[in-house]
Design a protein around this ligand. Structure first.
Ligand SMILES: C[C@](O)(CO)[C@H](O)COP(=O)(O)OP(=O)(O)OC[C@H]1O[C@@H](n2ccc(N)nc2=O)[C@H](O)[C@@H]1O
Ligand SMILES: Nc1ncnc2c1ncn2[C@@H]1O[C@H](COP(=O)(O)OP(=O)(O)OP(=O)(O)O)[C@@H](O)[C@H]1O
Length: 299
């Protein structure tokens, strides 16, 4: 008889930091038959992160399934959320029995900003579930899973300083970028990555990033050399449409940034600073005009 017998309840929980990325270089080198573009880009993780808490519950009287919660009320929490899709894909591809998987996203990375916020959350969910279920997946297996969710997810799984080729999934680890302070500023509009990739097909790209030079600068640990070579062909699309991109870059440069660039498809613009004080002051001043301004650092 079960009366009086304690039901076994096991909750397993972990919290993963989902870090934002910036692009130090971004070149679009071609287009595949499936419409995806080939790229060559140097990517860098920064300390700004979402906090992704994943709880897997066994044996409790809860409905089976994936539940996503988020502090931002306007973000979808169903299949449209990349974190939800990451969990779904994890259970489908591993064959692990899905009981209750609860995901809480404390969102700090601005949305649709060129900082890979959604991809970072997806990567965090894959890492969390692989660890909670002791799934024994290799990094390669996790990255292959991540790529099905988005081109930036494999990088978000690895992090650090990386050269990304293919459509973003062929990753080579680079020497860590010399530590610096990063001021991120997102003007108040969102950008669709898909539309920027579509628009770039019609652009005559005359000046491409010096990726080889960037790799050499990173090898030498040459911060000034890195700053001189910051370059993103997507500025040709996004900055051409929105003057605020250029204005923010100018403001950052005038206020002590050693280098400035738009990240990914935009619209976030960043400034790299060797001097923390100058970075703080620039962030404070920009923050008065643009609410989505953050002071962070490379990791
Ligand atoms: C711009 C970057 O952020 C630079 O790091 C990434 O390349 C974007 O990666 P992402 O947001 O993870 O991209 P996905 O979610 O896979 O794709 C969104 C859309 O962007 C386009 N896309 C994306 C990546 C790529 N290499 N070529 C593309 O043409 C595709 O039309 C796709 O439908
Ligand atoms: N967990 C999530 N966090 C943020 N956005 C999400 C998430 N899941 C789905 N989305 C949707 O994805 C779209 C892109 O958001 P995201 O913040 O990832 O863009 P991004 O930073 O420009 O990405 P990338 O730099 O990889 O192109 C948004 O319109 C948003 O509604």
């Amino acid at each position: 008889m079960l009366f009086g017998k304690k039901q076994e309840i096991t909750n397993t929980e972990t919290t993963v930091y989902a870090r934002a990325k910036i692009n130090l270089t971004l070149d679009v080198t071609g287009k595949r038959e499936d419409g995806y573009h080939t790229v060559k880009m140097v990517m860098q993780s920064v300390a700004l992160h979402d906090e992704v808490r994943v709880t897997v519950t066994h044996g409790e009287k809860k409905p089976r399934g994936i539940v996503v919660r988020c502090n931002l009320p306007y973000l979808p929490v169903d299949e449209r959320n990349l974190a939800y899709r990451a969990a779904e894909l994890f259970y489908e591809s591993t064959g692990i029995l899905l009981e209750t998987c609860e995901i809480h996203i404390e969102k700090r990375i601005p949305v649709a900003a060129g900082l890979a916020g959604g991809s970072a959350d997806a990567a965090a969910v894959l890492r969390a579930l692989a660890s909670l279920h002791a799934a024994g997946l290799t990094d390669e297996e996790l990255c292959a899973m991540g790529l099905k969710l988005g081109a930036d997810v494999p990088f978000c799984l690895r992090g650090g300083t990386m050269l990304a080729e293919g459509i973003g999934e062929e990753l080579s680890a680079l020497p860590d970028m010399p530590h610096c302070w990063v001021v991120l500023c997102k003007p108040p509009f969102a950008v669709s990555t898909k539309e920027v990739y579509q628009a770039i097909d019609a652009v005559d790209i005359r000046q491409r990033p010096d990726t080889a030079g960037m790799l050499k600068a990173l090898d030498r640990g040459d911060f000034a050399g890195v700053c001189r070579r910051l370059s993103n062909v997507m500025e040709l699309v996004t900055a051409a449409k929105r003057r605020q991109i250029g204005e923010i870059k100018e403001f950052l440069a005038e206020n002590g940034a050693n280098g400035t660039l738009m990240s990914g498809s935009g619209p976030t613009v960043y400034g790299l600073f060797s001097d923390e004080g100058r970075a703080k002051t620039a962030a404070k001043m920009l923050g008065r005009r643009f609410a989505d301004t953050f002071l962070t650092e490379t990791v």
